[in-house]
Design a protein around this ligand. Structure first.
Ligand code: HEM
Length: 264
């Protein structure tokens, strides 16, 4: 199963060109969903207005090398290692899910566009990356979904309580899990069931990529922009229009350090 390119075998039933058009359609849906989000919710307009206001409060102009160093730190720490999530389980789960998804998507695109035919030999690395990516997405995603979500972890809601905000994580998990099950049934040659799971896999992708406007999908574009702005504002002293940190010793007793923070 691990070495099997599932898109090659299904190409007997579904023409490779159709799969390729499907991928292009999914990408267009992500662009459209994000644009609609930007236009209707006006979040990006607010973001730039705030950034402009903050710039007026800048205490100094950053040099080219300072800007480059802030950009490097933002990419290497805030984006590539999602440092915003601290050092614990939350970050671990997110990294598993994020890199798993990236592997899953990249290997899907390569296999669909370059090797979706039984007459072509798929280099073994791509199916392996596809399966590992799907498994990492499931481990990180289910860990987050079952144990780490704020309303489950801190507010004691049951894990099966579903709200609109869960659309992204649930459709992402559905797509990775259904992909693995489809590949499994294909590898043990249970015909019928493999095709059923292929259809479910395709449907879960339509929900994932078609639901961008209603889901948290676009955070993967917004979060890097917000991290960049925050770090630049800290470096030029504008502090995102916030007051400067107090220059006084902490005198709060144990305060918030009395117990692990989980009552947000
Ligand atoms: C392929 C890229 C990514 C994927 C698949 C992904 C996946 C996810 C998922 C499934 C969640 C949970 C959503 C929920 O609350 O239901 C999440 C939350 C989050 N993501 Fe991402 N993400 C990606 C990129 C990023 C990037 C680039 C950043 C930061 C620069 C980021 C920062 C966050 C933060 C701060 C949260 C909130 C976590 C929490 O509530 O504990 N993500 N992401």
């Amino acid at each position: 199963m691990l070495f099997n390119n599932p898109f090659a075998e299904i190409s007997v039933l579904v023409p490779p060109q159709l799969m390729q058009v499907f991928v292009i359609f999914m990408i267009l849906m992500v662009i459209l969903g994000t644009l609609l989000d930007v236009i209707n919710k006006k979040n990006v307009k607010y973001f730039f207005k705030n950034a402009k206001k903050a710039k007026q409060n800048a205490e100094r102009e950053l040099s080219g090398s300072e800007k480059a160093s802030v950009i490097f730190k933002t990419i290497s720490s805030d984006i590539l290692t999602t440092s915003e999530l601290g050092a614990g389980k939350r970050r671990m789960a997110h990294l598993l899910g994020m890199y798993g998804t990236i592997l899953f998507w990249i290997s899907s695109v390569v296999m669909i566009f370059c090797y979706s035919s039984i007459s072509l030999d798929t280099p073994i690395v791509w199916p392996i990356l596809w399966h590992i990516g799907a498994c990492m997405t499931c481990i990180g995603g289910f860990w987050f979904w079952l144990f780490l979500r704020v309303d489950v972890y801190a507010e004691a809601y049951p894990w099966y309580r579903i709200i609109q905000a869960d659309l992204f994580i649930l459709s992402l998990l559905a797509s990775a899990l259904l992909g693995i099950i489809w590949s499994f049934f294909q590898s043990i040659a249970i015909y019928g069931l493999d095709n059923l799971f292929f259809i479910l896999f395709a449907l879960s992708n339509i929900v994932l990529f078609g639901g961008v406007y209603w889901s948290k999908f676009a955070h993967m574009f917004y979060k890097p922009g917000a991290a960049m702005q925050k770090n630049l504002a800290e470096a030029d002293g504008s502090m995102d229009n916030l007051p400067p940190p107090a220059d006084a010793p902490e005198q709060f007793g144990l305060g918030i350090k009395r117990e692990a923070p989980k009552h947000y």
